[in-house]
Structures are given as structure tokens and as C-alpha cells.
Write a protein that binds this ligand. Structure first.
Ligand SMILES: *[C@@H]1O[C@H](CO)[C@@H](O)[C@H](O)[C@H]1NC(C)=O
Ligand SMILES: *[C@@H]1O[C@H](CO)[C@@H](O)[C@H](O)[C@H]1NC(C)=O
Ligand SMILES: *[C@@H]1O[C@H](CO)[C@@H](O)[C@H](O)[C@H]1NC(C)=O
Ligand SMILES: *[C@@H]1O[C@H](CO)[C@@H](O)[C@H](O)[C@H]1NC(C)=O
Ligand SMILES: *[C@@H]1O[C@H](CO)[C@@H](O)[C@H](O)[C@H]1NC(C)=O
Ligand SMILES: *[C@@H]1O[C@H](CO)[C@@H](O)[C@H](O)[C@H]1NC(C)=O
Ligand SMILES: *[C@@H]1O[C@H](CO)[C@@H](O)[C@H](O)[C@H]1NC(C)=O
Length: 467
């Protein structure tokens, strides 16, 4: 009992501090290739681990799942080493010194290990330990975190390393895998509010880069609605007030896991959300005992309503215009604060492959207005980079960094892909256009991210193209 009381007062302290909200202007980087490893970003490191390189990533050991299948005995140890070294306290210090106020943290569904269908699905285990540690560094540095469900159960898009399983057999858009993604969401939302290490988490993103053709993403609109409901159900259970929603009953259970089971029978939530909550409760209990934080889930909710002062999380989706063919609009799913994410890589062919066309395009970008007209606001650019379809000179990259920052800052801000990449002979040239920390050294990025090398960079290009 004494132990419990001590833990409780610690918890009270941890919880009553100011929790993160989204900065008014986002200057961010992605923590890519950390908890979802993409071998193209660390080609030498991947070979050294025992991975392989091939042009069609489904044909060799190019992803986390094929690695885990090939090396069942050593995969956890190899990945623990990667997680320990790819993102460190020193990186946090550098990002902090560079004025970065937000990070987007790509995560696989397999970080909630109970969701993995062993042995058909194989993934490294142990990532949550490193996520908790990394988030605690970010919190100490005052950097806001977005938890990004980057690699979904069943795989959300074909032939991509970033899904953890390079395949054309796409199974995410099915009831079974939507359910697993909602369980993941309930677990992450609960940890975000209760685990003090998650104190810097302000938002959870539902699905990274779903298939663009909405004809190929059946029922994704329902999933959007259930995703938001799941986050809000967890919050209402904890006594956090959510705009325009209330439970209409008071939770009688005296601890969080029991309360989650109780709330999972409330008919104000959709059956899909109810079953996700019921499935999440025992998983949380296991996580609680694995990380010796039982008290977080076991304290007396009725006598210690610690959470009423917490803000609801920002639910986050790719914007409606990410998809075509009559896509569902996530704005219709919103309950409480919500943000939208757009990704823009000119190297994938957005404009003609020359410097002038790139600058004309980005300086006259209309994505923020187009999204806002459909209710998808605030919008941030959660992935972008400096890569080009032509050999870019340094002179151009100064302009290209400035112009993109300028354009994206007209919305909620920007999150560069990536905070770093490998620097090696095999990765020659990669870091120059893909690594924020390298771009900073080379001077493409300014030491203060709100500044520019040339704040008038777009002056010569605005309106020179017809839209
Ligand atoms: C990869 O995805 C395919 C198709 O969904 C699935 O059959 C296979 O089991 C997955 N592999 C792993 C290792 O998870
Ligand atoms: C809320 O509870 C009251 C009293 O039990 C009931 O009359 C009412 O229908 C409930 N409202 C909703 C939206 O469930
Ligand atoms: C929570 O409450 C339930 C029901 O009262 C009880 O069975 C359980 O042992 C309690 N503790 C945890 C950690 O669930
Ligand atoms: C929880 O607190 C309430 C209110 O103080 C009390 O009535 C109840 O007995 C407590 N439950 C447990 C399991 O300690
Ligand atoms: C870019 O430079 C590389 C190496 O110098 C060269 O092989 C390639 O042809 C160039 N590409 C273009 C589009 O100019
Ligand atoms: C800044 O950009 C503008 C517009 O492209 C250009 O006219 C001007 O010369 C640039 N200033 C410097 C100092 O390079
Ligand atoms: C440029 O376009 C904006 C928005 O379409 C418009 O408000 C502005 O007047 C235009 N400026 C010029 C010089 O054409």
C-alpha cells in the first residue's frame, strides 16, 4: 500500500505538469528508419545487419518482416542494436539546438506485439522499450511528438519498404485488419495519456499513405470514424473532456483496465470500437506488467480522477486530397481537435524536371486552400524532402529548401523526411537531399528553422504559372 501511494504521488506529479500541444507553427523532422526500418536509408548498415539489396523489394531480405523470417534467432538482438543507435540523446540535442519543435515518429503495428499473428507474420520484438526511452528524451527537450501508424496490419500499400512487408497482397482494408489497427490505437491512446514517458505525444496519425485510389480502400471512411471514436472513448473513460461528446454514465470500475472493459459495453460506441477496447484491455495489462507500471493501470480511478485536466489528443489523418475517386473526407470523422497531413515529394514527378518548374510549382502551391475548402484544416506537410529528378546544384538547393519551407509554413508547418540518413560510400549523395542534419551542415537549412537564406525566394516565381 505504501508503495502504491508513493507511485501514485509520483504519477500525480508527472500528470499535473504541462502536457504537450501542437506548436503554433510546426518545424519538424521525421524519425524515419528508426522503429520502421527502411533499408534504402541505411544501405550499408542493412547489409552489415545481414539484410540484402534488390530492385524489387519483395524478392530479397529488404524489410523487417523478411529479416525476421530469415533470422528468427538473432532478429531481436540485431534490431535492439539498431534502435539503440539510429536515434540517440545526441540526436535530440542536435534537433533541439536546430530549433526543431516537433517530430513525427513512424511506427509499425508490430510494436504492439500481441497484435502480430505469429508465425505467419514475423517482426522484431522489443521496440516499445526504445520508443518509451526516445519519447522521454523528446519530452525533456520540449519537442512535441506525433505517433504515426506508418506500417499497418495487413499492409496498406503495395511494394513499399515502409510497410515492413514488401508485397502486392494488400489486406489492410478488411474488417480483421481494421480491428487490429483500432486495438493499436486504443493501446497508444491509453499510453499517451497514462505513461509519463509519452508526455510529449500530442497527436496520433491513423494511417500513413493509404492507397491513393479510393476504389481500392473499401470502408476506409468507416475506419476513420472508428479511429476517432476509439481515441475519444479512451479519453472519456479517463475523465478527459472531449468537445461535443459525453459518456452519459459515470464509469464505476476502480481501475483503468476494468474501466476499459466496462466502457467497451457502452452502446454509444460503435460495435467495432467496443470490440477494440475489449481487446486492448488485456494487452495494456500485459504491457503494464512487462514495464513494471502496473500502478498506472491499477490505481483507483474513482478516488483519483487525475486526468480531467488533460487535453484530448489531436487525431490526425492524411488529407482528403491525398486520395482520388471519391475519397472519404476525414473531416467528417472529427470529434474534438484534428489535424491533416499531406506529403509532397517533387522527385516523384509533381512538376517538370527543372529548377524553374519546381519553384513555380511550390511557390504557387494551392493544396492548403484546396484542403481547407473541404474542412481539412489545419494542414501540415508531414513528409517532404530536397530530392529532385535532376542533378541539383548547391545554389538550387538553397532556394529549394527556402521555397518549400515558405510554402508549407503558410499552413500549420512542415516535417522534413528525414532527420538523418546513413553517410557511407554506398549511400553516396543520399544525405545531401534527404537528411535534415546534413542539410543544416551544408547550409541549405538555416540554424533557426523559421528563417530563410532568402526570404524573398518565391518573389520571382509567384503567379508566373497559370493554375
Ligand atoms: C506479408 O504480407 C503478406 C500479404 O498480406 C502475408 O501473406 C505475409 O504473411 C506477410 N509476411 C510477413 C512476414 O508478415
Ligand atoms: C442518457 O441517459 C438518460 C438517462 O438514463 C437517457 O434518458 C438518455 O436517453 C441517454 N442519452 C443517450 C444519448 O444515450
Ligand atoms: C482491476 O479491477 C478488476 C475488477 O475490479 C480486478 O479484477 C483487477 O484485479 C484490478 N486490477 C487490474 C490491474 O486490473
Ligand atoms: C475507490 O475509491 C472510491 C472512492 O473513494 C471508494 O469508494 C472505493 O472503495 C475505492 N475502490 C477500491 C477498489 O479501492
Ligand atoms: C547526374 O550526375 C550523374 C553523376 O555525375 C550522371 O551520371 C547523371 O547522368 C546525371 N543526371 C542527369 C539527369 O543529368
Ligand atoms: C532572393 O530571391 C529573389 C527572388 O528569387 C531574388 O530576386 C534575389 O536576388 C534573391 N536575393 C539574394 C540575396 O539572393
Ligand atoms: C497572385 O495570385 C494571388 C492569389 O491568386 C493574387 O491575390 C495576387 O493578386 C496575384 N498577384 C499578381 C501580381 O498577379
Amino acid at each position: 500500500m505504501k508503495l502504491l501511494l508513493t507511485s501514485l504521488s509520483f504519477l500525480l506529479l508527472a500528470v499535473s505538469q504541462t502536457w504537450a500541444a501542437m506548436p503554433s507553427k510546426i518545424y519538424g523532422v521525421n524519425l524515419g528508419s528508426w522503429l520502421v526500418l527502411e533499408s534504402w536509408m541505411l544501405p550499408q548498415g542493412w547489409l552489415d545487419m545481414g539484410g540484402q539489396s534488390c530492385s524489387d523489394c519483395s524478392t530479397c531480405i529488404a524489410t523487417e518482416s523478411s529479416f525476421a523470417k530469415a533470422y528468427p534467432d538473432t532478429v531481436n538482438e540485431k534490431f535492439a542494436q539498431h534502435w539503440d543507435t539510429w536515434f540517440t540523446q545526441d540526436d535530440v540535442n542536435q534537433l533541439k539546438a536546430a530549433g526543431i519543435n516537433t517530430v513525427r515518429v513512424p511506427l509499425g503495428y508490430w510494436i504492439v506485439e500481441a497484435l502480430v499473428d505469429w508465425p505467419i507474420e514475423t517482426y522484431p520484438q522489443g521496440g516499445l522499450t526504445y520508443l518509451r526511452r526516445g519519447l522521454s528524451w523528446l519530452q525533456d527537450a520540449g519537442i512535441t511528438a506525433i505517433l504515426d501508424h506508418h506500417a499497418l496490419p495487413g499492409v496498406q500499400t503495395p511494394n513499399q519498404q515502409f510497410t515492413g512487408n514488401c508485397t502486392t497482397d494488400i489486406q489492410f482494408y478488411t474488417p480483421y485488419n481494421y480491428h487490429r489497427a483500432l486495438v493499436w490505437t486504443a493501446v497508444m491512446a491509453t499510453l499517451s495519456h497514462l505513461d509519463p514517458n509519452f508526455g510529449s505525444v500530442a497527436a496520433i496519425e491513423a494511417v500513413n499513405e493509404p492507397i491513393m485510389d479510393a476504389n481500392e480502400t473499401p470502408d476506409y471512411g468507416y475506419f476513420q470514424k472508428y479511429f476517432v471514436e476509439t481515441v475519444r472513448a479512451v479519453e472519456l473513460m479517463l475523465g478527459i473532456s472531449v468537445p461535443s461528446m459525453s459518456l452519459n454514465v459515470s464509469v464505476s470500475s476502480s481501475n483503468v483496465t476494468a474501466a476499459m472493459i466496462e466502457v467497451s459495453s457502452y452502446s454509444i460506441f460503435s460495435p467495432e470500437v467496443q470490440s477494440a477496447l475489449a481487446a486492448a484491455a488485456p494487452i495494456l495489462l500485459d504491457i503494464g506488467s512487462q514495464f513494471s507500471m502496473e500502478t498506472i493501470f491499477d490505481f483507483n480511478l474513482t478516488s483519483a480522477p487525475l486526468y480531467n485536466s488533460r487535453e484530448p489528443l489531436i487525431t490526425n489523418f492524411m488529407d482528403v486530397n491525398w486520395q482520388y475517386d471519391n475519397p472519404p473526407n476525414p473531416a467528417y470523422a472529427a470529434i474534438g481537435p484534428q489535424g491533416y497531413d499531406n506529403h509532397l515529394y517533387y522527385s516523384s514527378g509533381v512538376a517538370d524536371p527543372n529548377p524553374t518548374a519546381y519553384l513555380e510549382s511550390v511557390c504557387n502551391l494551392n493544396r492548403i486552400q484546396a484542403d481547407a475548402a473541404l474542412g481539412d484544416t489545419p494542414l501540415w506537410f508531414g513528409e517532404w524532402g530536397l530530392p529532385t529528378q535532376f542533378n541539383a546544384t548547391d545554389e538550387f538547393l538553397y532556394q529549394w529548401a527556402d521555397a518549400q519551407k515558405w510554402a508549407y509554413s503558410k499552413g500549420a508547418g512542415w516535417i522534413f523526411w528525414n532527420f538523418k540518413t546513413e553517410i557511407s560510400e554506398l549511400a553516396a549523395g543520399l544525405a545531401r537531399q534527404w537528411s535534415y542534419l546534413e542539410g543544416l551542415k551544408l547550409g541549405f537549412f538555416t540554424m533557426d528553422p523559421s528563417q530563410y537564406n532568402n526570404a524573398s525566394v518565391c518573389d520571382a516565381y509567384i503567379n508566373s504559372t497559370s493554375t
